[in-house]
Design a protein around this ligand. Structure first.
Ligand SMILES: Cc1cc2nc3c(=O)[nH]c(=O)nc-3n(C[C@H](O)[C@H](O)[C@H](O)COP(=O)(O)O)c2cc1C
Length: 184
């Protein structure tokens, strides 16, 4: 059975819940799936594939999900990687999510010496709740009101992407001779 890791960054939990949902779909597709908050102590080289996601803060991925790939990039060149971003840009500026996602990924991973085997990459709407913030930020946010409050995660889109990505990965691993279950 192919072993995969869903690793994520999060500050307020919405990306963690998306990662858990993606992991459930991969498990249903027949993968042996671990789900972990990204940190440099994880041995990511022992997995057959990696699904790595981050929320976006100030137009950047969080450090941990970026660093687990960057720090190990020479040892994971043959491991297929799927990436997902989570942000609120599409809620504020509809139609911008894909373009912004490409820019976030470019900023995080496409330095000259980083060569990752990325086979899938997407972005999802996130959740934004003022109640999660420290008092000063709640006050500033309630005055500026730049980002709409609410949970904008689209679970059907998340599920569809996870299922399609699991199917693609399964075919890729079969082609490379990895053992996968008959359910893939
Ligand atoms: C201080 C702050 C800055 C943010 N900056 C961005 C941004 O630059 N682009 C974007 O699309 N979303 C931005 N967001 C929205 C978050 O990415 C979104 O709320 C996400 O779901 C948070 O994930 P988490 O709950 O896993 O931490 C920002 C949110 C906060 C609170």
């Amino acid at each position: 059975m192919a072993r995969i890791l869903v690793a994520y960054g999060t500050k307020h939990g919405s990306t963690a819940e998306i990662a858990a949902h993606i992991a459930t779909r991969f498990t249903l597709a027949g993968f042996d799936t671990d789900t972990l908050e990204a940190n440099l102590g994880i041995d990511i080289t022992k997995y057959d594939a990696l699904i790595v996601g981050s929320p976006v803060y100030a137009a950047r991925w969080l450090p941990e999900p970026t660093l687990i790939l960057v720090a190990n990039h020479q040892r994971i060149q043959n491991i297929p990687i799927a990436l997902f971003s989570v942000g609120m840009i599409d809620v504020k500026h509809p139609g911008k999510l894909r373009e912004e996602h490409d820019a976030w990924i470019e900023k995080a991973f496409t330095q000259e010496d980083i060569n990752l085997n990325i086979f899938a990459s997407t972005a999802f709407n996130g959740a934004y709740h003022r109640r999660n913030f420290p008092l000063w930020m709640r006050i500033v946010d309630s005055i500026l009101r730049i980002t709409p409050q609410g949970d904008y995660r689209q679970w059907d889109a998340i599920e569809n992407w996870a299922d399609e990505t699991a199917e693609t990965l399964c075919d890729m691993l079969k082609d490379t001779g990895e053992t996968v279950t008959s359910t893939c």
